[in-house]
Structures are given as structure tokens and as C-alpha cells.
Write a protein that binds this ligand. Structure first.
Ligand code: MG
Length: 352
């Protein structure tokens, strides 16, 4: 079992262990005096793990309630949140009770947001079951919900009281969803760890996934501890994301996953960095090769003008400039501000 302590305003521990989901109740019992727990999960994940989690919680002495919503990003709405509130209030949940978010990123974000706001905040535990959620979204306390105008426009910083990661749940992921998470895994190597990056190059991530998750979560923990509410360093986690988000948006969030779009974004921005003598030559190619090894795309046929224009609406862009993350080399990243008016030429110089 691996344990990572996160010293945020409300500190908590992240546990990584194969088979952990079967005894999650024991872990949760140790960190709460709650009597009641609401498992919030979606219609894909609950049938796979819901009963295992319920049983373990009951064995640990909890009264267990469940709330299952329809799986998919299209459920990530305030209406779905309202239904969660109704379940909580309908079962007389008080501030002493607790939510368990069981599932991927959408579930964690929404159950987290419901927990952050119900009665001005109740405890919640994350049990992430997708690679993306295990290495990224379950750690760091960002919770949120989409608006018709954009993704995650409503939300709160609300740290979980524990994160329980069971790598065995990845066995039920399709290759598509595994690749989706690998986009973020590769990102961690790019921004903070040349060692992780070369491990991914020389080995098969799937075979050593417990260690890979540990490395990624440790990197994210370090960044989040320094900058809990994204005032500075946390922006490094957005490497590949400014253009990646724009690509997702241009696709209408339909036929390209987050990890796929981030892979394309990472390669584009590394290439731009090379053309402006920020990033050593050959870096973009190295990232592209690694993305392809893990079945991620490295190009997209959306016109680059459209990608750049879409990136201006990113909620992380401020005023007349866009804060991009660039690589000084693999494993070393920094914030680099580009005027919106210069953004297209910054990104497309390679095409000239
Ligand atoms: Mg991401």
C-alpha cells in the first residue's frame, strides 16, 4: 500500500493499493465519525463496483444510501446536482454525514461539488475508477459542473477527506479510456519529471501502473500544496490544455476525448516552443512518439486559426494575454505569456 499525504488547508491522505475497493469501509471508518454515507455513482460504474463498496461500508458500520445518475458528460449539469441535493435532503443527511464519489472524473467533480455546497459543505471521499480520475481529477480539490456555455464554469475548491485509489478498477476500462488517462500521465512527465517520461518510453505503463499512478499523484500533490487555488504554479498542470481545450470545444466535445486533445495540444505547444528557441529541438517529436506509443493522436485537422480563436475563451485566459505553459526541456516547465494578437503566429510559425 502506498500513502501520500496532502497538506492542503484541509489535509488528507491518498491511498493506492490493488484491491483497496473491497475494504474501503475500513479506511473510511478511520477518518470519520459519520454514521451515514451516500455513494454517488453513475450508471456505468455503479453496476461494476457499487455493491462491493456498499458491502464494505456496511461491514464497517455505516448506514449506506446510493444515488446513481446517467453516465456521461451530458449529465454534468446543475439539474443532476439538484437531484443529488434531493437525495441528500430526502435521506436527512446532516453536516456530520458523508458522500463517497465512486467513478470517473464526471462523478468526482459533481459529487464533490454537491458535497462542497450541500449545507455549506459536507465531507466526501473520492474513489476514482478511471485512470484520468486516479492521476488527475480526484486529487487537488477542484469540483465543478458544466453550463451550456462551457465546461466546469461552476465549481468550488473543496478537498476530499481521503482519496482511495484501486488500480484493479482500471482492468474494466476500455483501451480508449485508458489512453485518455495516459494523456495526463505523459503531461506530468513533460512538466515535472524526465524520469517518469523516460520510464514511459522504455516500459509498458500498464504493467507498472501502480507506480506510475504514485508518481503522477506525487507530482500533482506537490504542485497543489504550493498553490491550492491556482494563483501561480498550479497553472503548470495546464500544459497542452489551452490548445487542447480549444480542440475539444471545436469538436463539440463529441469525437475527441480530453486526453486525446491534450496530446495534440502538448505536441503543438512543444513545436511552437522549439520554433521560438524556448524548447530544445526534437522535444515535440519525442512527445509525439510517446503519445503514439499509448494510442493517442498527435495531430488534428481543425484549422489552427479556429483552435487559437477558441483558446481565447478559455476561463484561464486573462485580459489581452494568454498564459501558455512551455517546456525548457522535458521535465522542466514554466508559464509563458503571449499576447492574444501574437498567439496565432506563436503557434503557427512552423507552418510558415
Ligand atoms: Mg486535464
Amino acid at each position: 500500500m502506498k500513502k501520500i499525504h496532502v497538506a492542503t488547508g484541509r489535509p488528507y491522505d491518498i491511498f493506492i493499493e490493488r484491491g483497496l475497493i473491497r475494504h474501503c469501509g475500513e479506511y473510511i471508518r478511520k477518518i470519520t465519525k459519520s454514521e451515514k454515507v451516500m455513494i454517488i455513482s453513475d450508471s456505468n460504474v455503479f453496476p461494476l463496483y457499487g455493491e462491493t463498496v456498499r458491502q464494505s461500508l456496511e461491514e464497517a458500520g455505516f448506514r449506506v444510501y446510493t444515488h446513481v445518475f446517467l453516465a456521461g458528460e451530458q449529465s454534468k449539469t446543475l439539474d443532476t446536482i439538484a437531484e443529488m441535493y434531493h437525495s441528500l435532503i430526502g435521506n436527512s443527511f446532516t453536516r456530520k454525514d458523508m458522500v463517497v464519489a465512486l467513478g470517473g472524473g464526471v462523478t468526482g467533480d459533481m459529487a464533490g461539488f454537491a458535497s462542497a455546497t450541500y449545507l455549506r459543505g459536507i465531507d466526501f471521499v473520492q474513489i476514482p475508477t478511471s485512470l484520468l480520475a486516479q492521476v488527475d481529477s480526484s486529487v487537488g480539490g477542484k469540483t465543478g459542473v458544466d453550463l451550456p456555455q462551457g465546461k466546469n464554469l461552476i465549481g468550488a475548491f473543496w478537498q476530499p477527506v481521503a482519496v482511495l485509489i484501486d488500480p484493479d478498477t482500471l482492468d474494466t476500462l476500455t483501451p480508449h479510456f485508458f489512453a485518455d488517462g495516459m494523456g495526463e500521465v505523459i503531461k506530468y512527465g513533460c512538466i515535472k519529471s524526465e524520469e517518469l517520461f523516460s520510464t514511459l518510453e522504455t516500459q509498458n505503463a500498464k504493467e507498472i501502473i501502480e507506480d506510475i499512478i504514485f508518481q503522477c499523484v506525487t507530482i500533482k500533490r506537490d504542485v497543489v500544496e504550493h498553490d491550492e487555488t491556482e494563483k501561480g504554479e498550479r497553472a503548470l498542470l495546464n500544459f497542452g490544455h489551452t490548445l487542447g481545450h480549444a480542440i475539444e470545444k471545436e469538436h463539440g466535445f463529441t469525437d475527441i476525448s480530453h486526453g486525446q486533445a491534450v496530446a495534440v495540444g502538448m505536441v503543438m505547444i512543444a513545436r511552437a516552443g522549439e520554433h521560438h528557441d524556448i524548447t530544445p529541438k526534437g522535444t515535440a517529436e519525442r512527445i509525439a512518439r510517446l503519445c503514439q506509443k499509448y494510442h493517442l493522436p498527435v495531430t488534428d485537422n481543425t484549422p489552427v486559426e479556429n483552435i487559437v480563436k477558441s483558446s481565447f475563451n478559455d476561463k484561464k485566459s486573462t485580459g489581452s494575454a494568454v498564459s501558455l505553459i512551455v517546456l525548457d526541456k522535458i521535465g522542466v516547465s514554466r508559464i509563458f505569456s503571449v499576447e492574444k494578437s501574437a498567439m496565432l503566429s506563436f503557434v503557427t510559425k512552423e507552418y510558415v
